[in-house]
Design a protein around this ligand. Structure first.
Ligand code: DAH
Length: 351
């Protein structure tokens, strides 16, 4: 094969190479140390001078032509690779962005803030009760002695082994009512306290979560009557919901109050006509309350004649659901951005 045909042949092959790796392999094959061309160039010295001159010029020309072809092809392949990379990594700035949510106050936190604000207006101040509480403060001092049957209403998380006589037994508080005992020990009447926070019960289904929230209130002041309680609680509900509506009271039993009652509010979804939310009754139960039992007042060395008082308790999660129109309790605990965006209160910028 003469040298021109060889050049054309190799150039055709080079031009077909599809990758830089392919091209490099070919370069080694045709121009590398062990290539025929290199070997031919090395053996030029063995030729007669005239032949060496002609053959040498030919081979060097071939080498140069091949080098140029390789360089051109390499530049082309590099450009193509860069273009492919740019195309695959391109950012389409017209695509819609992933949604981002501005932080919101969780509906339960918002409800707690609104409850506290309403009670503050009515003269109540914050009081404290721990979440890990002794059996004594969660039950016994609230007129629920060790074998009292009403203890079974509250599926308790016990933190140490069961021993009904052991006063040092600890529980996760089942109710914020422990705040009543703490307040009776800490304050002299007249006082009005509120306790808002987490409580725990061994319960988990569509309408119960093992951890939920309650608000507790207690007012002890000479001359306090059942009528004062009714007035304060109606006013509390009006302030919390931001509007007036009918309420009613039904007799009920709580160990720590006597007499006790439950307050219902007119269902705001159907205005009392009856619907799914109020189970067709037109009423929604919102509060438990009553006059503080003499056995509870005794914790503070008080008696119901000189220092009567009333107490009340309500579920914060339930109040939040009623206020914001949320129908599934579980949504309150799942923290989905879209949910919070819809119901959460916009945060107030810190100053
Ligand atoms: N602690 C009660 C509960 O968890 C709620 C309650 C009812 C609290 C009546 C009170 C009260 O202070 O007077 O069901």
């Amino acid at each position: 094969m003469d040298i021109t045909t060889a050049l054309a042949d190799i150039q055709a092959r080079i031009n077909k190479s599809s990758s830089l790796k392919d091209l490099e392999d070919m370069r080694i094959q045709y121009l590398g140390q062990n290539s025929e061309l290199t070997k031919s160039l090395q053996s030029l010295g063995k030729l007669a001078p005239e032949e060496r001159r002609v053959k040498g010029a030919e081979l060097n020309q071939l080498k140069m032509d091949l080098q140029i072809t390789f360089a051109a092809m390499k530049a082309g392949l590099e450009a193509a690779e860069l273009n492919a990379q740019l195309a695959s990594q391109a950012i389409d700035v017209t695509l819609p962005a992933d949604p981002t949510y501005q932080g919101r106050i969780h509906p339960v936190t918002a409800a707690m803030e609104d409850i506290a604000a309403a009670l503050k207006t009515l003269g109540f101040v914050h009081a404290y009760g721990p979440e890990v509480e002794s059996d004594d403060y969660n039950f016994t001092k609230l007129n629920l002695p060790p074998h009292h049957p009403a203890r079974q209403d509250q599926d308790t998380f016990y933190l140490n082994p069961f021993n009904a006589e052991d006063r040092a037994r600890y529980v996760l508080r089942t109710q914020t009512s422990n705040v009543q005992i703490r307040a009776l020990e800490a304050y002299k009447p007249p006082f009005r306290v509120m306790g808002i926070g987490r409580v725990y019960r061994r319960d988990y289904d569509l309408t119960h979560t093992p951890q939920f929230h309650q608000v507790e209130g207690m007012m002890v002041e000479s001359g306090t009557t059942f009528a004062h309680m009714r007035g304060v609680l109606d006013e509390f509900l009006r302030l919390f919901f931001g509007k007036s509506f009918k309420t009613r009271m039904r007799p009920h039993y709580f160990p720590f109050t006597e007499p006790s009652g439950e307050i219902d509010m007119e269902c705001q979804a159907c205005k009392g006509a009856g619907c799914r939310i109020c189970k067709n009754s037109g009423w929604l139960e919102v509060l438990g309350c009553g006059m503080v039992h003499r056995n509870v007042l005794a914790v503070g060395g008080l008696n119901p004649v000189e220092n009567p008082g009333f107490a009340f308790g309500a579920g914060v999660d339930r109040l939040a659901m009623l206020k914001y129109g949320i129908t599934d309790l579980r949504l309150l605990f799942e923290s989905h951005g879209a949910f919070l965006q819809q119901f959460g209160k916009a945060p107030v910028a810190a100053v």
